[in-house]
Design a protein around this ligand. Structure first.
Ligand SMILES: [Zn+2]
Length: 270
């Protein structure tokens, strides 16, 4: 084989490689996936955005992705509640108009569907400050005392449910998949979880988070998506129930009926 022939073969090989590389990655085969739906029937955004990559609050560097725990005793005690369910707030971040609209929708949803009342702050001592610092989505759990930040950077207001999720942390709700009874409902696939993130799947002690008899809810706005903290693209939270429940795990369209009920029982209100 002369050098010209070698060169031609190399070119052909490179061309084949390029063709493989440039094969449209959104050409998803129409076979049933392990998230319970046929990928060809769902948009790429739903599969890869909402499930494979998870929600933005699941990707933060904080405890369980989005919980700040430095100021509330390392989460060893039940969260402090807001007196009479009244949550004064200020908005101090610079939110783009569409994000501001989504934030206001999240606040209105909480006010209209739960017995909580988020009100613009006048002179209250304890209150929430909504900020938009480029530091992901995060909140403390429950009322801390004094001003406390709920941070929602740009990506955290793509879905109203993420805004609601962080507000719910600030009033005392924890993640659904870490409930003490979760093993009856989901399998945590530790082999697929990043080692440094295994801590995010510890159960929340019952004396810290009491769900007051409200049933486990795959569709809770506080539930993480099936691929959260995956190190290999494989599932990390597998349902033990109807496989279709995978489709709603990690949804951020809004709060579920059980979420509303949890607030109701936690705050002992209607
Ligand atoms: Zn969260």
């Amino acid at each position: 084989m002369n050098s010209l022939e070698k060169c031609l073969i190399l070119i052909i090989l490179l061309k084949v490689l390029c063709l493989v590389e440039s094969y449209p990655s959104n050409k998803i085969p129409c076979t049933k996936s392990d998230i319970g739906i046929k990928p060809c029937e769902a948009s790429r955004k739903i599969i890869l955005g909402m499930n494979r990559r998870g929600n933005p609050e699941e990707r933060g560097p904080y405890f369980e992705g989005d919980i700040i725990r430095s100021r509330n005793k390392q989460l060893k005690k039940p969260p402090k509640l807001w007196i009479n369910g009244i949550v004064p707030y200020e908005i101090s971040g610079t939110f783009p108009p569409t994000n501001k609209k989504t934030l206001m929708t999240a606040i209105e949803e909480v006010n209209s569907k739960t017995c909580l009342n988020l009100i613009p702050r006048t002179n209250q001592k304890d209150f929430i400050i909504f900020k938009s610092d480029p530091s992901s989505c995060w909140s403390s759990i429950g009322r801390i005392g004094g001003p406390q930040v709920v941070n929602l950077e740009s990506q955290c207001l793509k879905a109203v449910g993420t805004g609601i999720h962080e507000i719910f942390h600030s009033v005392g709700l924890y993640h659904e998949q870490n409930r003490i009874d979760r093993d009856d409902f989901v399998d945590i696939k530790t082999d697929n979880i990043l080692n440094s993130k295994l801590v995010n799947f510890q159960k929340t002690a019952e004396n810290v988070y009491n769900t007051n008899g409200v049933g486990y809810d795959y569709g809770s706005v506080m539930h993480y998506s099936p691929y959260s903290f995956s190190k290999n693209g494989k599932i990390t939270i597998e349902t033990k129930g109807n496989p279709n429940t995978k489709r709603i795990m990690g949804q951020r369209a809004g709060m579920s009926q059980n979420d509303i009920e949890k607030i109701k029982r936690m705050y002992n209100c209607q």
